[in-house]
Design a protein around this ligand. Structure first.
Ligand code: PMP
Length: 437
């Protein structure tokens, strides 16, 4: 089956004329003439310019948890924006969404809004630095916190060989153009390595303002924290007066109504949200302890943005959280996710391929490796070429996870049982065809 066809190609040629590589984000570059532009979407499906339909497992890298064009979300936004979209004053939707987030998310006592995940984590880092009077931020290798210079170090696209020995790792810049001076402000440690974490914090705590952690590594196929690892971060932060920032941009409102903080029972001092919060509308939030959040004040810690708390994003979040708080979408996603993971495991077992299912059914990955990955270095040993080959064949047949093995499958509550059954049929064909070479 060949899916990339004439109108797609013509459209993408037009896109490439006016946007570098035809995309608005480097993460969307597929290359090799294999790009599939999207013409429209509804529920669990996307259509390209040649009217091919795909069951979508990318969901825009995570946001559309209720499916595309959800009528309740769209109607609430459409109604709200008739009465203005952005104000220089506080309005009802902001307060409603803040109240909903506080009710749903453990540890969140107050909320400020932003427009993207990057903006939210950037504001959280500033608050941590201001609160502690220290400057360094500790992050984990393979974790992603946004497209800005303070955190673009040792992310999943960096070569792990350049990260050095795991007991004394080097931060690796994730891009050209990142000032080398910022290396002084970042510590990058292997995930799930309690010994290195404890030793580093005990030696350097006087410089460390915050530890920012992605509770599930969303660019390493959904690598989970080993039991006790998040708890260790929590206790070290308590002992040494470090601000613990749970970056819930991918996990928030997805793993559970209260995100990873509810799912793992570990609460940060601050948490950052975006993606599923607005079901695809641009909105983000920083939440956390009242004592810290009250630092966002004139003459203290700066937080602002013309579009922070705008009507479009907050009206979308108001409807999205109202639906998510019922718990029903999670039951559907859980059932579909389990069916998919069970089916995928059955197919791969039958073929005798070494593999590991990563993450949880709401957000899962597949690592083609002998050893189960637990950090960026072990993840790098997985066979990403085999993964990509299978995914491209699956996409040709009509189901679309990201072809990059680091990016998990994101499920939406719009998926039907038939969608799962079709995906598994095509997955089996794609695996067999790939292995036959
Ligand atoms: N943090 C995490 C954990 C993320 O996954 C992302 C985006 N993938 C971000 C922050 C940045 O969010 P945004 O792309 O909305 O800036």
């Amino acid at each position: 089956m060949k899916r990339v066809t004439e109108r797609n190609r013509a459209f993408f040629k037009r896109a490439r004329e006016v946007m570098p590589y035809g995309v608005s984000s480097n993460f969307r570059i597929v290359g090799g003439g294999r790009e599939i532009p999207v013409a429209r979407a509804e529920g669990a499906y996307l259509w390209d310019f040649d009217e091919n339909r795909y069951i979508d497992y990318q969901n825009g890298f995570g946001p559309t948890i209720l499916g595309y064009g959800h009528p309740v979300v769209c109607d609430r936004v459409a109604e709200a924006i008739r009465h203005g979209t952005v104000f220089a004053m506080t309005h009802e939707y902001e307060v409603r969404v803040a109240e909903r987030i506080i009710a749903m998310c453990p540890g969140v006592e107050m909320v400020r809004f932003a427009n993207s995940g990057a903006e939210a984590t950037m504001h959280a880092l500033r608050l941590a630095r201001a609160h502690t009077g220290r400057e360094k931020i500790l992050k984990f290798e393979g974790a992603y916190h946004g497209m800005y210079d303070y955190v673009m170090w040792s992310t999943a696209t960096c070569p792990t060989a350049a990260m050095g020995y795991y007991r004394s790792p080097n931060p690796v810049a994730s891009s050209s153009g990142i000032p080398n001076a910022l290396r002084e402000l970042i510590l990058c440690l292997p995930f799930n390595d309690p010994e290195t974490l404890e030793r580093t914090v005990k030696a350097k705590w006087g410089d460390i303002a915050g530890i920012i952690v992605e509770p599930v590594l969303g660019n390493l196929g959904g690598t989970l924290p080993e039991p006790g690892f998040l708890e260790l971060i929590r206790s070290l932060c308590d002992e040494y007066g470090i601000v613990m920032i749970m970056d819930e941009v991918k996990t928030g409102f997805r793993l559970a109504p209260g995100g990873a903080q509810e799912f793992f029972g570990v609460v940060g001092d601050l948490a950052t949200y975006a993606k599923a919060l607005g079901n695809g509308f641009p909105i983000a939030a920083i939440g956390g302890k009242r004592e810290l959040m009250m630092g966002y004040n004139m003459g203290q810690t700066a937080h602002a943005g013309t579009y922070c708390g705008n009507i479009c994003g907050t009206a979308a979040a108001d409807a999205t959280l109202e639906i998510l708080a019922t718990g029903k979408p999670y039951q559907i996603i859980d059932a579909r996710g389990k069916a998919l993971v069970d089916g995928i495991s059955r197919i791969l077992d039958a073929e005798g391929v070494p593999y590991h299912i990563m993450g949880v059914p709401h957000l899962f990955g597949i690592a083609f490796s002998d050893e189960k990955p637990y950090d960026a270095r072990s993840w790098a040993k997985a066979d990403d070429e085999r993964y990509e080959a299978i995914m491209m064949k699956l996409i040709d047949r009509g189901a679309m996870p990201c072809p990059d093995d680091g990016e998990p499958w994101f499920l939406s509550a719009a998926l039907s049982e038939q969608d799962v059954a079709d995906t598994l049929t095509w997955f089996e064909e794609a695996v067999k065809e790939t292995l036959a070479g």
